[in-house]
Design a protein around this ligand. Structure first.
Ligand SMILES: O=P([O-])(O)O[C@H]1O[C@H](COP(=O)(O)O)[C@@H](O)[C@H](O)[C@H]1O
Ligand SMILES: [Mg+2]
Length: 570
């Protein structure tokens, strides 16, 4: 069926969600609007399904959620006799509705569902999946995207997001499912009554919190240091768990941003609820200025990312995910060596777009740093591999530049609850030494060299945007540069062709294929370009090294200018 026929099919149905009926009426005759909603089905990206909420096969709505869940149910039934699944959701528009829809479909397929009775973070869902011995988990969220988005992250029995093969399998089943006619669905209340849907008890959250607290490096330090905190859950799911843990570890002086304390999927005071973005922290910073807090902590709506700002004199400095990741590895490794809790042959994991400082720190402490593709599922997979070898305890820390951290193996996705706890503990530790996290970072640069990173995003929305991004990557792939920003390009890595080319020859890249290009320069700087798997944009990651801070900015500017020229956006 073409887009117009699909549109007419949707219009001819009596839809169960009046918002969808209204939207379809509004776009009648508007070809581009119709095309964008129907030209494809939502796909699994870096972290499951993600799309704009609305009518059509390329949108997040009760029908696309049901269809994806039917695909998941079929995959689960194929491999298990009596599968169970855990379901959670965040504060986004319709997140609770979609979670219930997913539960109804699973139950109708004979899959027992454990559903959180209220919104809960990604790590609490990943934990419940493991703790309740489920074969799958679903988290309804679009993470930090703007309010018009929602999404659907899917987890395997180990609490890690589905790998490439499994998600392809789910989509394969889903693609053979007609979203109106082939989905099995049951009444929600009846399924609760029959026990096919059961609410997750608070004791599971208690277990999760206990598992997080086990990850403390210096228990008791927070009580001593008396750090002053401002926290914002950005109107999302973090409030309950993050505050519980902070209270338990002895943090008493904590003010929560009142406008952002309660769940609200419209994010009225932070339209882009992404702790990577300064505007998202604006309310928190205002409150910091009033209270004089030492540290601002902000978790994203599904509470798997955490961003911070640090008081340095009278100013607040925002630290990037790369900086926090490097600080945490240093803190964890040094602390565990000092406490004699460092495992034999420790492993830390990061991604190809994250800071190279992480590897330098790892080397110093004898930690084997593994580097995987973008997406925390690849970090989680490394824990699984260690587990298969019988040594999951070798994993000490995983991190990615987009503000994602995980210490411990209690879950297999980034966990902003454990991340928040360790950041606060680390800040307390340095406070006791008369230092801030900014001072600690300077000391890292002195010890390991200056590494500065930045990420630039280039938005290309809609179907047309997809085509532009594809052409852009193709063109760059076909024309590898010889020189960038006045420095020779000594190596080009094409992760789609799985080839690394340098003067010494061509070497294979031992990672799954991915649409990513990386350029390494003679002067030690590097750049990576890839389309995002969660938003309609191309991301450019720069990594600049130098002797002095004053060198960094001009080098970064020159490199980004040259790459943007290659991309055709300059
Ligand atoms: O959005 P979240 O917080 O779930 O985070 C998701 O997206 C991030 C950005 O991915 P991309 O660069 O492809 O947009 C990934 O790094 C992360 O592992 C994934 O879980
Ligand atoms: Mg998130």
């Amino acid at each position: 069926m073409n887009c117009m026929e699909l549109y007419e099919r949707w219009v001819s149905r009596e839809l169960e969600d009046q918002d969808l009926t209204r939207e379809l009426e509004e776009i009648r005759g508007k070809q581009e609007e119709i095309y964008d909603r129907f030209y494809k089905d939502l796909e699994f990206g870096t972290a499951g399904l993600r799309g704009i909420i609305g009518a059509g096969s390329n949108r997040m709505n009760i029908y696309t959620v049901r269809k994806a869940t039917q695909g998941l149910a079929m995959m689960l039934k194929e491999n298990n006799k009596a599968p169970m699944a855990a379901v959670s959701y965040d504060s986004r528009i319709k997140s609770d509705v979609f979670a219930k829809e997913a539960a109804r479909v699973l139950a109708a397929n004979g899959i027992k569902v454990w559903l959180y009775p209220q919104l809960m973070p990604v790590p609490a869902l990943a934990f419940a999946t493991r703790d309740l011995k489920c074969q799958a988990g679903i988290m309804v969220t679009a993470s930090h995207n703007p309010s018009k988005y929602n999404g659907y992250k899917v987890y395997g029995p180990d609490g890690c997001q589905l790998g490439l093969e499994e998600s392809a399998r789910v989509l394969d089943f889903a693609s053979k499912t007609d979203l109106f006619d082939d989905v099995k669905i049951t009444d929600f209340d009846a399924a609760v009554k029959s026990g096919m849907i059961e609410y997750i008890e608070e004791k599971i959250v208690d277990h999760f919190i206990a598992a997080v607290e086990k990850q403390q490096i210096n228990p008791g330090i927070c009580k001593k240091a008396g750090l002053k905190l401002v926290y914002t859950p950005l109107n999302g799911a973090g409030n309950h768990c993050v505050r519980r843990v902070l209270k338990n570890i002895g943090v008493t002086d904590i003010t929560v941003v009142p406008e952002q304390e309660h769940p609200d999927g419209n994010f009225p005071t932070c339209p882009y609820p992404n702790p990577e973005i300064k505007e998202a922290l604006a309310k928190g910073l205002e409150l910091c200025a009033k209270t004089g807090a030492d540290l601002l902590l902000a978790t994203d709506p599904d509470c798997d990312r955490v961003g911070i700002a640090v008081r340095q004199g009278d100013e607040y400095e925002l630290l990037s995910g790369n900086q926090v990741g490097a600080l945490l590895l240093d803190y964890i490794a040094a602390g565990r060596i000092a406490n004699h809790t460092m495992p034999k042959d420790p492993v830390a994991v990061t991604t190809i777009v994250s800071t190279k400082l992480f590897s330098a720190i790892g080397r110093h402490y004898g930690v084997d740093v593994k580097i995987v593709l973008t997406g925390f599922k690849f970090i989680g997979e490394q824990i699984h591999l260690l587990e298969e070898e019988g040594h999951p305890e070798r994993y000490i820390f995983g991190f990615e530049e987009s503000y994602g951290y995980l210490a411990g193996t209690h879950v297999r996705d980034k966990d902003a609850v454990v991340g928040s706890m360790l950041i606060v503990e680390m800040a307390s530790y340095y406070k006791e030494k008369g230092m801030t996290l900014v001072d600690a970072l300077k000391s890292l640069y002195e010890r390991f060299g200056l590494y500065c990173e930045s990420v630039a995003n280039f938005m290309f929305e809609g179907a047309q945007g997809m085509t532009i991004m594809t052409q852009m990557m193709d063109k760059m792939r076909k024309n590898p540069p010889k020189e960038l920003a006045g420095s020779k390009v000594i190596c080009v890595k094409d992760y789609l062709a799985s080839i690394s080319s340098s003067e010494t020859g061509v070497e294979p890249i031992a990672l799954p294929k991915s649409n990513v290009l990386e350029y390494l320069l003679e002067n030690g700087c590097s750049a990576v370009v890839r389309p995002s798997g969660t938003e309609p944009k191309i991301k450019l990651y720069l990594s600049i090294v130098g002797e002095k801070m004053s060198e960094i900015e001009p080098k970064a500017k020159a490199l980004s200018q040259d790459i943007e020229k290659m991309m055709g956006v300059k």
